[in-house]
Design a binder for this molecule. Structure first.
Ligand code: G3H
Ligand code: 13P
Ligand code: ZN
Length: 330
């Protein structure tokens, strides 16, 4: 059993308390490899932001779970070596079983998500409660989820059942003793969050998606005042990177994300954690494509991964400063 405290990591409790008070959100950036992790540490160090390093089960398989734990430990050491001082949490993203959550807790995670959102309500309560009881013995914080995030195949506007039911949140939080709650208010994962027919075109011909369901968020806040809410699927799918990818022989059509203004509004509310993966992937991929377009003969990974890492660092600084408001909060 490796307790996260021995690795210099923090859980999310204090981060969320401060974010709630200060009206900002903690960034949760996914990573799978060294360059992404370096960019997150540099970006959050430079912008003086607390951070949640987020690892999916797919990332854990990709990177190897033992190496990953050392990477997190190394990330803390790297931040100190560079003279930074900001809290770092290591969080399991979308844990789908008690055993996976337990395994992460045993290998140094300071926070886990148990995603029972696809389960019947009572089963979600039961599974989440079991994870919370185990995690809290080690002071590890737990994120649960109510409501299902729509995929591109779902019509989020017609299928209102995918949204979180505010009537359930108080009962869920009380019964499970969970530390934060992910809710579904119209975001979804990936680069295709809305179908083109759900969007309007602005004067520049850019697709503008329908607004998130802030009314549901407000209802949730009324039922569980001061409780930390999490927003998944919160990438903006920045046109800058989509265009760069398409200009470099890529093929991303009608990719649409969450407008930054809506994320700023969410960050000022009870939303204390905002998950960003796709924007990082897009920035990283755009720069790699550009490097190969500019120099098709390049075969030194540092020459194409280096610029991708630098762009990701800048993207993280931008998000922390201009969207989440977490900069200068460490
Ligand atoms: O919510 C999902 C995250 O973007 C992680 O994606 O399972 O492909 O690593 P992944
Ligand atoms: P995006 O795909 O919008 O970046 O969402 C990531 C996420 O929610 C990870 O859990
Ligand atoms: Zn997610």
């Amino acid at each position: 059993m490796i307790n996260y405290k021995t690795l210099g990591l923090s859980n999310t409790r204090e981060m969320f308390r401060k974010a709630m008070q200060g009206g900002y959100a903690i960034p949760a950036y996914n990573f799978n490899n060294m360059e992404q992790l370096q960019a997150i540490i540099q970006g959050c160090g430079i912008s003086k932001s607390p951070v949640i390093l987020q690892v999916s089960s797919g990332a854990r398989k990709y990177a190897n779970k033992t190496l990953l734990r050392y990477m997190a430990e190394g990330a803390v050491a790297m931040s100190k070596e560079l003279g930074y001082n900001f809290p770092i949490a290591l969080h399991l993203d979308h844990g789908d079983s008690f055993d996976l959550c337990k395994s992460c807790i045993e290998t140094g995670f300071s926070s886990v998500m148990i995603d029972g959102s696809h389960l019947p309500y009572e089963k979600n309560v039961e599974t989440t409660k079991k994870v919370v009881e185990y995690a809290h013995q080690y002071d590890v914080t737990v994120e649960g989820e109510l409501g299902v995030l729509a995929g591109i195949e779902d019509d989020v506007h017609a299928a209102s059942s995918v949204y979180t039911h505010p009537d359930q949140v108080e009962d869920f939080v009380k019964k499970t003793n969970v530390d934060s709650l992910a809710i579904s208010i119209g975001t979804s994962h990936g680069a295709y969050k809305f179908k083109p027919e759900q969007c309007k075109k602005n004067e520049q011909g850019v697709l503008v998606p329908p607004e998130l369901r802030f009314d549901i968020l407000e209802e949730v806040e009324k039922r569980i005042p001061g409780f930390p809410i999490v927003l998944h699927g919160a990438s903006s799918v920045m046109p800058k990177y989509v265009n760069m990818i398409n200009d470099c022989n890529g093929k991303l059509e009608d990719a649409v994300g969450i407008p930054e203004e809506q994320l700023r509004r969410a960050a000022r509310s009870a939303v204390c954690k905002i998950n960003i993966d796709s924007d990082g992937r897009l920035a990283f991929t755009a720069m790699i494509r550009k490097a190969f377009k500019d120099n098709p003969g390049e075969f030194d990974p540092r020459k194409y991964l280096g610029p991708a890492r630098e762009e990701l660092t800048q993207l993280i600084i931008y998000k922390n400063e201009k969207v989440l408001g977490s900069a200068q909060r460490a």
